[in-house]
Design a protein around this ligand. Structure first.
Ligand code: ZN
Length: 389
């Protein structure tokens, strides 16, 4: 994709700039000269992406566009209700959800989508303040929220609720549904490196890791689903992958990617979980990301590029704790030499399995990082299941 220029995609540029002006990221005056137009728009898009935890590239791809489109709505500017089949999406919905969460209503994750759960929470709120419980948020409900919203501020109910649900699901891998998501596809192969006669793509390596992981987790008694095969017939957007994981009712999602950079010295492993810049985080996702990060670093020696909170669609729109791992840099000769070695990929998979296993065992049964032998997992799981029956 190329930068935005004046005259590009007519209406879209006007709309993009209008949203950025509305957010205070662009001056409201008339557009500057042609050179400055491009630079100014790109700067503002970057600032927006930074703020939303999106990839900061200054370009308006589909994910950034959806975020911009959603950002234009301020709470109170329109009546919110559960629209079927296309739900209302926007910043106003997210603000509403965050307020309801602060007051202890169960809307799930504040994902900016006005679905059935949000409508139910609104109806419950309406009942409690004596309004007709229609589940829609119009002027009366908005007024009631304004009056009460500031008085009732609790901890972080989503965070606690997610942890509770996870704890209640029990310390057992057997029967848990895990969705493994090999990043990219043949239509968008991610990073590609031609090395002599060999051509390495992020999509292929991610699929290989996913297939290995599928085998190990299945052997440990989990029900494993892959979001795609080695050569899907159509491109698979993150949005579609998130929908699929939700439909499958996953207990956990692990998305596998390989990183890359123009600088061949960039190397290492990083993990990502759902979270925003203002401290809202998926605590279970954060814990899983931390465990995956720690196990991979200890078992493979890849450079530790840490765990980070992001609002990427795959992390935000999945209802289960979700983690994305970027295992090494395909563009780094050091990391690449490791990644193309199947034994190394097995070690990465061992590390992820050990991290998942740690998620389901109480802390007191925890063993030192890097010391779980995956072949012993089944026995441990069986023993654990017997002890908790
Ligand atoms: Zn990728």
């Amino acid at each position: 994709m190329r930068p935005i220029r004046r005259g590009d995609r007519g209406r879209a540029v006007t709309e993009i700039r209008a949203v950025l002006v509305g957010l205070g990221l662009l001056p409201a005056g008339g557009p500057p000269g042609a050179d400055e137009f491009e630079a100014e728009t790109e700067r503002a898009v970057r600032a927006f992406q930074q703020d939303r935890g999106l990839n900061v590239d200054g370009q308006v791809g589909p994910e950034t566009w959806r975020a911009l489109d959603a950002a234009r709505w301020r709470l109170g500017a329109r009546t919110l209700y559960q629209a079927i089949p296309d739900p209302l999406i926007g910043e106003d919905v997210r603000t509403l959800q965050e307020r309801l969460l602060e007051m202890g209503y169960d809307v799930g994750r504040a994902d900016g989508v006005y679905g059935a759960r949000t409508a139910r929470a609104v109806a419950q709120f309406q009942r409690e303040v004596g309004l007709p419980p229609d589940g829609a948020c119009g002027p009366h409900t908005m007024n009631a929220l304004r009056r009460l919203g500031r008085k009732v501020v609790g901890g972080r109910p989503t965070l606690l609720r997610e942890s509770d649900a996870f704890r209640q699901s029990g310390p057992n891998l057997v029967g848990k549904v895990i969705v493994v998501d090999p990043g990219h596809d043949p239509f968008d192969p991610g990073f590609v490196v031609q090395d002599g006669t060999m051509r390495w793509t992020e999509a292929d390596l991610a699929y290989d890791l996913a297939a290995r992981l599928e085998g190990r987790l299945a052997a440990a008694g989990m029900r494993v689903h892959l979001t795609r095969g080695p050569a899907p017939a159509a491109p698979l957007a993150d949005l579609t992958r998130a929908d699929l994981a939700n439909e499958l009712g996953g207990d956990l999602l692990i998305s596998l990617h390989i990183d890359g950079h123009a600088n061949p010295e960039a190397e290492g492993v990083a993990t990502y979980h759902y979270g925003t810049a203002n401290g809202v985080t998926s605590s279970v996702g954060e814990r899983l990301a931390g465990l995956v990060q720690r196990e991979i670093v200890v078992r493979t020696g890849l450079r530790n590029c840490q765990t980070h909170a992001k609002t990427w669609e795959l992390l935000r729109l999945t209802r289960m704790p979700a983690v994305r791992v970027d295992v090494g840099y395909l563009t780094s000769p050091t990391d690449r030499a490791r990644l193309i070695d199947p034994r190394f990929r097995d070690r990465v998979v061992d590390a992820i399995v050990a991290a998942v296993q740690r998620m389901y065992f109480p802390v007191e049964e925890d063993v030192p990082t890097g010391s779980i032998d995956v072949s012993e997992l089944r026995a441990m799981v069986a023993a654990g299941a017997a002890a908790h029956d």
